[in-house]
Write a protein that binds this ligand. Structure first.
Ligand code: IMP
Length: 178
């Protein structure tokens, strides 16, 4: 990534700060799930994928991973439509498993609220949520997030898995869109 690109945009959370925080989150998860079996990390695509791969390397409790793809708004939109669509479902039964949903960002909470309800109906042993970013000022749905990386203000961000019209997910930091 050319330097002039970096400098022309505001970096909200730099790479070192992200990685340090993910290390701490991994430590908390190791502590909370110590000795447990049946941990399944459910990554919400596409935005959660970088976070998942960094987080899972810090989780030493034996665990499996799986993926779901959901969409609540389309390319070019920055507000949720309020209607959540499952684009790709899990490929396994989650009955009796300890689910940890790994999400990039919680904004209104509509997506996670829907997802948690859907997964709950499949009778896992437990469900917790781990979100890298949280915009508390935007919350509409009453949803508890068990592990939060960073509370951020009401700005549209991209990078580190999050997209700007499907681009820039590869950036190792979180930036603010103009
Ligand atoms: P919610 O349903 O309003 O909580 O929205 C959650 C989804 O909206 C996230 O999984 C993201 O895909 C997307 N989203 C919300 N805020 C942002 C942002 O600032 N940048 C990129 N995507 C966002």
């Amino acid at each position: 990534m050319p330097d002039n690109y970096r400098l022309s945009k505001g970096i909200l959370i730099d790479e070192d700060t992200l990685q340090d925080r993910i290390e701490v989150l991994g430590g908390q998860i190791n502590h909370d799930y110590a000795g447990m079996t049946g941990l399944l990390l459910v990554c919400v695509l596409k935005g959660g994928v970088l976070f998942l791969t960094d987080l899972m390397r810090r989780i030493h409790v034996p665990h499996a991973i799986d993926f779901m793809a959901v969409s609540s708004y389309g390319v070019g939109q920055r507000e949720t439509s309020g209607v959540v669509r499952i684009d790709m479902d899990l490929r396994q039964s989650i009955e009796g498993k300890h689910l940890l949903i790994v999400e990039d960002i919680v904004d209104t909470g509509t997506t996670l609220n829907y997802l948690k309800g859907l997964l709950q109906s499949r009778q896992p042993a437990s469900i917790k949520i781990c979100a890298l970013l949280n915009k508390p000022s935007r919350r509409v749905a009453d949803i508890h997030i068990d592990y939060i990386g960073f509370d951020i203000p009401d700005v549209f961000v991209y990078g580190y898995g999050l997209d700007l019209d499907e681009l820039y997910r590869n950036l190792p930091y979180v930036a603010i869109a103009k």
